[in-house]
Design a protein around this ligand. Sequence first.
Ligand SMILES: Nc1ncnc2c1ncn2[C@@H]1O[C@H](COP(=O)(O)OP(=O)(O)OP(=O)(O)O)[C@@H](O)[C@H]1O
Length: 256
Amino acid sequence: MSLPEREPTVVVDDVHIVYRVHGAGSGKGSATSALSRIISRRKSPSIREVHAVRGISFTAYRGEAIGLIGSNGSGKSTMLAAIAGLLPTERGGIYTNGQPSLLGVNAALMNDLTGERNVVLGCLAMGMTPTQVRRRYDDIVEFSGINDKGDFISLPMRTYSSGMAARLRFSIAAAKTHDVLLIDEALATGDQAFQKRSEDRIRELRKEAGTVFLVSHNNNAIRDTCERTIWIEQGELIMDGPTDRVVRAYEKGERP
Ligand SMILES: Nc1ncnc2c1ncn2[C@@H]1O[C@H](COP(=O)(O)OP(=O)(O)OP(=O)(O)O)[C@@H](O)[C@H]1O
């Protein structure tokens, strides 16, 4: 049997992810009870476990844009963070070809620095050289549209609205070609014109040989951007297939 020609970029193999929440039990617990617990080597009753991802498997290929959908708390962001290597797996494995970059609405930019400094630092942090940063700087600012309403790029980020900050984050991350780009709801905060630009840019990134994952509650953004969609519910994979089919089933609440 010959192997398929498509090149796999992310292999998720029967992955389980468990969060351990400390201090979730009732009562504060005295020093005496803590000491007796330590002596008897019992587990602290105040550690609660949240089994957020339960045995998910799939393979992503180069050039694919994959949507992740599911209700609140179903495990989408957890899955992305794990692919990015930010969360350990309890069981199973995640194998990636190339460096995954997670672009979340909470990605760290520095509030007290100007937009301008954040663009430069963000690009350097992504591994661009100072010359590359200088070359791309104007494009990034223009793409973000931050200066459309005045010279905001020279003001500290804390003066930006949440939508403006999200746009700048997306623009910085999108300036580089990523092997695997993980986007968590970044498009949700931009206005219509920016969403359109972002969708176009995601399409370009795919052509530049990357794989894009997009978590969103905006089913139209998923439809417009991704040809494949994975539906997750309570940490389990419900459906994985062509976006049209999966999103329709999700909207109707029809599980296969
Ligand atoms: N840091 C954390 N500590 C403990 N539990 C967590 C943590 N982050 C998420 N969870 C739990 O893991 C489960 C999955 O959460 P996750 O954020 O991955 O869902 P989601 O599908 O991205 O949700 P949403 O659509 O609301 O963003 C939920 O039950 C949530 O309560």
